[in-house]
Design a protein around this ligand. Structure first.
Ligand SMILES: Cc1ncc(COP(=O)(O)O)c(C=O)c1O
Length: 405
């Protein structure tokens, strides 16, 4: 589509894609997005890992309504005590290991990554930042610097200096993590790289190496946290605990949020040399924190064995479909590989084309052209999951006649 025909432009909105879906949302309920033309789309991606508890979750709505009736922004973060922040922190800490006993709220995932990089430099007094090949951490200068996709970085250089990458899942490469390094930033399960699940041994060796060298291990669970992988936090699968955990997306229950969890000892170092070492006007916004209270309450109530049962049904049916080459999955986090990028494009298009006013929203990865992502709401019922799966399989049926590349 030529940029001039982008439907955002005629509405006075900038757009950073030449290919927006351009669908007009009217409302959303449970796993369904209801468009202005009346089509009901099964939201098989949860807004890229945000609506983990579906749309219009009653507990989240109630917390938001309660906060709306009390107050909105009262003061920049860190001056006033606000109940929504305190409750969100208590619920979050109840889901985390004891060592992560402090929480700092921000506005977005990328901002949480930037703050974690600053904290690592401040705490260690070191400047070298390590990240992992295939990682995606966001689009601010800091988060982009530690992201791996060079195509997306090159036009924006110079980015942060002294950033290096260790090879994902490569035990031998970890020897480069030494006493000169401030932190290693890693997605526990890589999302944009196509749901890449590391070996337990590699993540544990990374943890050991960081501990031995006094390097902070920063795990990015902005996308893979909040129940997405079948446990509250993805690191629980691997027997490791990070020094700093970055969160965002589903944490706000649909409200914009980012957060760091670390020991209060580490986080406290932002309070001196200089004081106010990190500040934010809207971080910890009471509406975002009220959303987090609702979302975290829903997380504590999740039935993970039922979720696994639902998702293994999807996994098996997808794997058996002739259009599917491979499925990678952990919990409700799927990458479905097809034979080509064209096949993925067709599946996305066919999914959106309404059949009796029903469709399904599938979506690409930025870095894996021949796969699409699935991240259904974690609270969808058996019947809703069956409806979603039928729509996905029917979109795949339509592409099986593609010629092989
Ligand atoms: C793993 C990961 N980290 C960081 C981010 C950046 O979060 P945000 O878009 O809220 O800045 C994303 C966003 O997709 C992500 O998937």
């Amino acid at each position: 589509m030529p940029y001039a025909e982008n439907p955002f432009l005629s509405r006075g909105l900038a757009s950073t894609t030449l290919h927006p879906l351009g669908l007009e949302v009217d409302r959303a309920e449970g796993p369904w997005l209801i468009l202005k033309n009346g089509t009901r789309l099964f939201d098989a991606i949860s807004g890229i890992g945000v609506s983990n508890f579906g749309h219009g979750h009653p507990g989240i709505q109630a917390e938001l309504q309660r906060q709306l009736d009390r107050h909105l922004h009262a003061m920049v973060y860190g001056e006033f005590l606000q109940e929504a922040q305190t409750r969100a922190s208590a619920l979050l800490r109840a889901s985390l290991p004891e060592s992560l006993d402090g929480v700092y709220f921000l506005n977005s995932g990328a901002e949480a990554i930037d703050a974690a990089l600053k904290l690592a430099k401040r705490v260690t007094g070191r400047r070298r930042l390590f990240a992992v090949t295939g990682g995606y951490h966001g689009n601010t200068h800091g988060a982009l610097s530690v992201s791996s996709n060079e195509l997306r970085k090159a036009p924006f250089r110079p980015l942060l200096p002294e950033v290096e990458f260790v090879t994902w899942n490569d035990l031998a490469d970890l020897k480069r993590v030494d006493e000169t390094v401030a932190c290693v930033v890693a997605e526990t399960v890589q999302g944009d790289a196509g749901i890449r699940i590391p070996d337990r041994a590699w993540l544990q060796a990374l943890r050991d190496r960081c501990t031995k060298s006094g390097v902070l291990l920063v795990l990015d669970e902005i996308q893979c946290g909040m129940g997405r992988t079948g446990k509250p936090w993805a690191f629980e699968h691997f027997g490791v605990t990070p020094d700093v955990l970055c969160m965002g997306k589903a944490l706000g229950g649909g409200m914009p949020i980012g957060a760091l969890a670390a020991s209060t000892d580490l986080l406290g170092q932002f309070a001196h040399h200089p004081s106010l070492g990190h500040i934010t006007t809207f971080g910890g916004h009471p509406m975002a924190c009220a959303g987090a209270v609702g979302a975290l309450t829903a997380l504590h109530e999740l039935d993970f064995s039922e979720l696994e049962r639902h998702c293994s049904v999807w996994h098996k049916a997808l794997e058996e479909h002739p259009a599917v080459e491979r499925v990678r999955r952990i919990g409700a986090f799927f990458a479905v590989e097809l034979e080509s990028a064209e096949a993925v494009q067709k599946a996305v298009d066919v999914g959106l084309a309404s059949q009796d006013e029903l469709g399904v929203l599938l979506f690409w990865f930025l870095s894996v052209p021949n796969a699409f992502r699935l991240a259904p709401p974690l609270v969808a019922t058996e019947q809703e999951m069956a409806q979603g799966l039928a729509l996905i399989l029917s979109a795949l049926d339509d592409i099986t006649d593609l010629p092989r590349q």
